[in-house]
Each structure stands twice: as structure tokens, then as C-alpha cells.
Design a protein around this ligand. Structure first.
Ligand SMILES: *[C@@H]1O[C@H](CO)[C@@H](O)[C@H](O)[C@H]1NC(C)=O
Ligand SMILES: *[C@@H]1O[C@H](CO)[C@@H](O)[C@H](O)[C@H]1NC(C)=O
Ligand SMILES: *[C@@H]1O[C@H](CO)[C@@H](O)[C@H](O)[C@H]1NC(C)=O
Ligand SMILES: *[C@@H]1O[C@H](CO)[C@@H](O)[C@H](O)[C@H]1NC(C)=O
Length: 540
């Protein structure tokens, strides 16, 4: 005899057991098929390690032209699948590349956990995860339409596009600073596909906390990336070893938390994985960074890199869990280096260490912008990360700035080009004390292209050409980049050069290069004239 109550509970029990049984990996003719038991089923090719199907809640997200994989796919590879401690682990030994890719699934999470081990740099030199998703299912890229190519035509290189309305598009315009980029993704109606870089996922990437790289591009497919390293405005050697763990996850559209637990990787025999128990930290106070600037701490050596932001006011910081070793530590005011030190990290231990800014801040006659390693407060600085300097929405280049009257955001461009926009003039008033003194002109740059560096002239005085800075062999500001080596130049202006009354500095570019925005150029951090304070002088 059955009662309705009993039959309902039996059905519920049956469903729960059936659902539990769904987690696992099945070997098919061409693929390993994984059911996460959380609405996500994915297939991994047994011959290449490519992900060939991404079914989430019954909808296929995998694009049809190209597959989802590391780099541009590894080609013929050794692919194995097993279940370890209740997790599915797929191991892809990467064909001709010095690379092992791990794909891991955890019961009850619609998440593909990933880790990439390299013993040398891959070819070509771009280490990235690249998901090629169905554009119709997830139409919206990261930062909206900055890399939506529909109807637009390549006008610089193969990757930078101009649209009929005069706007520009490039996948580089989707990039964020690594220090800010723990989660990015692409979205559609009630769905989002996201890359999560939890904890110390960037420890074997290159370029430090302010490096930025491609996150998405919306063309035939919706391309979702996580770049571990590349030649895009590269300033450091590459690091080898384990990259990640990182993850690609599906949600109902809500941005997921960056606090993804990947500690179970310690039970999966992942090459190069260093568990928390074998790591150490550094803690202390970072001082001498005035509000509102951020105090950023950056530790690095040839093996690893880490960063954190100290608490405002107190300067208290604790580093991430680092691998044992000796590190250079750099303290930045935003992105401008103001102190360096060395520190050793021991497994299982906390090293106490204070650091304080060693920056000298002499009196200035005037300053335009702030020495903070960023050009955002100058004209077009609010737009440069997301569009080309030739974009119809950009303000003009070159210009005339009057100390005490002009504002940096309106009147001083964030970059100067040898063959576009012309020079920048700075007009300033000088009193007897300043005219009688030797002054120092200081120009901070954050990035240089094709050897571009400042040319300077005041009245009859011309500053010496400082010579071309170290070349970064990559397009820079035209692809939304502003961070390179950050060269800072100074010139002594002899006493008697400045005249009582109005003086004019002409700032231009040494260097040539190609036409227009691909001519030699540099991005401006700040410009100041150090010397006795006057009526228009800012507080230091
Ligand atoms: C999406 O998921 C989040 C977290 O899981 C939840 O808070 C939110 O209500 C969901 N939104 C919709 C529209 O279902
Ligand atoms: C560490 O970071 C500094 C500052 O960005 C950089 O100049 C240096 O090359 C880095 N060191 C290594 C080993 O990458
Ligand atoms: C670090 O600075 C804090 C705060 O000023 C101070 O209390 C502490 O003694 C300092 N530690 C060292 C090792 O100097
Ligand atoms: C700056 O002044 C020069 C000389 O008067 C002028 O030719 C140029 O158009 C001005 N630039 C801007 C952006 O106003």
C-alpha cells in the first residue's frame, strides 16, 4: 500500500542518488566526456586536448570554427584522464611544446579548473588560455564593445580596427592591470562565462602588478582569454614552472567571487604545485605614501612574482603566500617606484619587514600631473586604455598649457608623438628668486615607442638629447598600453636662463619612426620644474 507522501520521498531519494552518480568522466570514441553534476558537461579531445563541447544547462557554448584550448591548440598530444580522490583530472602532454596542461573537475561545481606547467617558453611566445565561445550565446565581451569587430576594418597591424562611425576596436582594449584582474568574463542573457585567477595564479606570469593583457575579442566567435605571458609591451624575462591554478566557470550572469578554493590541487600530483604549507609571508608597514595614492608592494625574482596593496593610513600589509626564496621588493606610489629592498621568505614562516618611501620631493616652481606612474589625469588619459589615439572620441594631441590657468585633464595631452599633434608648450610666470636660481626640469614618462623621448627648450636654452631609452619591441599607446620601463629624465637649467615675467617650455619628441601615431612617442607621467616656490607652486 502506497501513500502519496511515501512515493514523493522515494522519488526525491532516487533523483538525489541519480544526480550524485552523474559526476565523473566517460571515455568516448574521440573524447573524454566530463559531467560536473552542476549543469556543465564538457568534452576534451583524446587526440589534441582541445575542449570540443561546453554544454551548460542544455545550451552549447563551444564555438564551431575553432575549439577551446591552451595557446592556439597543441595539435597531436598525449591525453589521459583519471579520477583522483574524487576529482576528474585530465592531463595533456603538449605535442611539440614544453608544456603540460591540466584540466580538473570537482563534483558539484560548473567550473573547469586549469593549470599549465611549462619548462621553457612556448612557440610563438604567447602563453594563454583561449576559449572560443558561440557569439550568439554570449554576445557581450569584457569592457563592452571595445573589442567588438562587427563592420570594422583593420587599420593598424592585423588587430586594431576602425569602424564606420570613427570608433576604434582592439582586443588589447579589454585588458586590465593584473593586480586588478582576478575575474573577467563574457556574458549573455542569464549566463556568464568567466576566467578566475585566484590567490597567486599570476606568480609565474611576467611583467609585475601593472602588466595588462588581452581578456576578450568579439568576432565570429566570442573569444575569452587568460594571458599568462606574451610579448605585448614585455618588460621582463618569462618565468617557467606551474601557471595557476586558474579556472573557467559558468554562472547565471553574476560575476563570481575571486576567492575560489583550489587547495585540493595538492592531492592531485600536479607538477610544480606548491601547497600553502610550503610557503611563507612577509608582513609590516609601508610608509611615506601620502593619500590618496595607493602603496603597492611588489616582490619578484626570476622564479616568481607577487603583490599587494598596503592599507590606507596605517600602511599595514601582508604579502600573499610566497614560495621560499630571496626577493626584490619594490614599493610604488600607485605605479611610480619609490623604494626598493630585498627580503628572504622561508616556508612556514612570517618575515617582519617595514619599508618606507625614499623619494625626494624638492620644492617646485610648478608641476603638471603627478609622479604616480600613470597618465590618467592628463588629457585623453581617461580614454587611452580603451581606444586608439585616432578614435573620434579622443581630444586633440599637442597643445598649450598655462601654469595657474590650465587644467591637466583638459590642456595637457597624456602622450606626445614625433609626427602627430605637434609639441606641447608650457607657459609659466617667473619672479626674481627663480630667475636667479639654477632650476631642474624633470619629465616622467611611463612608456616609450620607437625610441621616443622628450626634447626640451626654454627661451634660448635647449636641453641635451638624453638618447633613446631601452626599446620595447611592441606597439604601445596605440594598443591602449601606458606601462613600460617608466624612464624619468632631468635637465639642469642654468641660473639666468629664465627671465622675470613669462617663460615658455617647449616639449617635443626626439626620434622618428613611422607616420602619425606610429611615429616615435612617449606617454607622460608628470612634468615639473624644481626650484624656488612661486605664486603658482603646488604643495609638494
Ligand atoms: C544568480 O546567482 C547568484 C549567486 O549564485 C544569485 O545571488 C542571483 O540571485 C542569481 N540571479 C538570477 C537572476 O538568478
Ligand atoms: C622585478 O621587477 C622589476 C620592476 O618591475 C623589474 O625591473 C625586474 O626586471 C624584475 N625582475 C625579474 C627577475 O623579473
Ligand atoms: C615597523 O613599523 C611599525 C609601525 O611603525 C613598528 O611598530 C614596528 O616596530 C616596526 N618594525 C620594525 C622591525 O622596524
Ligand atoms: C598651441 O599654440 C600654437 C601656437 O599658437 C597653435 O598653432 C596650436 O594650434 C595650439 N594648439 C592647441 C591644441 O591649441
Amino acid at each position: 500500500m502506497k501513500t502519496p507522501t511515501i512515493s514523493v520521498s522515494i522519488a526525491g531519494l532516487f533523483l538525489a542518488r541519480f544526480a550524485d552518480a552523474a559526476f565523473g568522466v566517460t571515455t568516448k570514441a574521440n573524447s573524454f566526456s566530463v559531467d560536473t553534476n552542476a549543469g556543465l558537461l564538457f568534452d576534451v579531445s583524446r587526440s589534441t586536448g582541445d575542449i570540443t563541447s561546453l554544454l551548460y544547462n542544455g545550451v552549447q557554448y563551444q564555438g564551431t570554427t575553432k575549439m577551446t584550448h591552451i595557446n592556439s591548440g597543441l595539435g597531436s598530444s598525449k591525453v589521459t584522464a583519471d579520477t583522483v580522490n574524487g576529482y576528474v583530472r585530465i592531463t595533456i602532454a603538449g605535442g611539440s611544446q614544453p608544456l603540460t596542461q591540466y584540466i580538473v573537475a570537482k563534483p558539484g561545481q560548473p567550473t573547469i579548473f586549469l593549470a599549465t606547467h611549462i619548462t621553457g617558453e612556448i612557440n610563438p611566445g604567447e602563453l594563454r588560455w583561449l576559449a572560443r565561445l558561440k557569439r550568439t550565446a554570449v554576445p557581450t565581451g569584457w569592457h563592452g564593445d571595445v573589442a567588438t569587430l562587427d563592420g570594422c576594418t583593420a587599420f593598424e597591424g592585423k588587430d586594431t580596427f576602425k569602424c564606420p562611425n570613427g570608433q576604434t576596436r582592439c582586443k588589447m582594449y579589454t585588458s586590465d592591470r593584473f593586480i586588478d584582474d582576478q575575474v573577467h568574463g563574457v556574458t549573455g542573457k542569464n549566463v556568464g562565462v568567466w576566467m578566475i585567477m585566484p590567490g597567486v595564479a599570476y606568480e609565474t606570469s611576467s611583467g609585475g602588478p601593472f602588466m595588462r593583457d588581452i581578456n576578450s575579442q568579439s568576432g565570429d566567435d566570442q573569444e575569452l582569454y587568460w594571458y599568462m605571458n606574451s610579448g605585448h609591451v614585455r618588460t621582463e624575462p618569462w618565468r617557467f614552472g606551474l601557471h595557476g591554478p586558474y579556472a573557467m566557470t559558468f554562472t547565471n550572469g553574476t560575476k563570481p567571487s575571486p576567492n575560489l578554493d583550489t587547495s585540493f590541487f595538492s592531492t592531485l600530483s600536479i607538477q610544480g604545485y606548491v601547497p600553502s604549507s610550503q610557503r611563507g609571508t612577509v608582513t609590516g608597514h609601508a610608509t611615506g605614501i601620502p593619500s590618496p595614492f595607493q602603496a603597492v608592494l611588489h616582490w619578484n625574482n626570476t622564479q616568481a612574482q607577487y603583490w599587494t596593496v598596503a592599507a590606507p593610513t596605517t600602511g599595514l600589509y601582508t604579502s600573499p603566500l610566497m614560495k621560499p626564496g630571496t626577493y626584490t621588493v619594490t614599493l610604488y606610489r600607485n605605479e611610480f617606484p619609490v623604494a626598493k629592498d630585498t627580503v628572504s621568505v622561508t616556508a612556514g614562516a612570517t618575515t617582519p619587514r617595514n619599508i618606507t618611501s625614499t623619494e625626494s620631493r624638492p620644492d617646485v616652481v610648478w608641476r603638471v600631473g603627478e609622479f604616480d606612474g600613470q597618465p590618467f589625469e592628463l588629457r585623453n588619459g581617461d580614454k587611452i586604455e580603451r581606444m586608439h589615439p585616432a578614435d573620434v572620441r579622443m581630444g586633440p594631441w599637442g597643445g598649450n598649457y598655462t601654469v595657474g590657468k590650465s587644467t591637466p585633464g583638459k590642456d595637457f595631452p597624456m602622450a606626445l608623438f614625433a609626427k602627430e599633434g605637434g609639441p606641447v608648450t608650457v607657459s609659466f610666470g617667473v619672479g626674481a628668486a627663480q630667475a636667479a636660481a639654477e632650476t631642474v626640469l624633470r619629465v616622467g614618462t611611463t612608456l616609450s615607442f620607437k625610441g621616443g623621448r622628450p626634447s626640451v627648450k626654454v627661451g634660448g636654452w635647449t636641453g641635451k638629447d638624453p638618447g633613446a631609452p631601452t626599446l620595447i619591441d611592441s606597439r604601445g599607446v596605440t594598443r591602449g598600453a601606458y606601462r613600460g620601463y617608466g624612464d624619468v629624465y632631468t635637465w639642469k637649467i642654468p641660473a639666468g636662463t629664465l627671465k622675470v615675467g613669462t617663460n615658455t617650455l617647449t616639449l617635443g619628441v626626439h626620434g622618428s619612426g613611422d607616420a602619425a601615431f606610429l611615429s616615435a612617442n612617449y606617454v607622460v607621467d608628470a612634468v615639473e620644474l624644481q626650484g624656488p616656490r612661486g605664486a603658482d607652486s603646488p604643495s609638494v
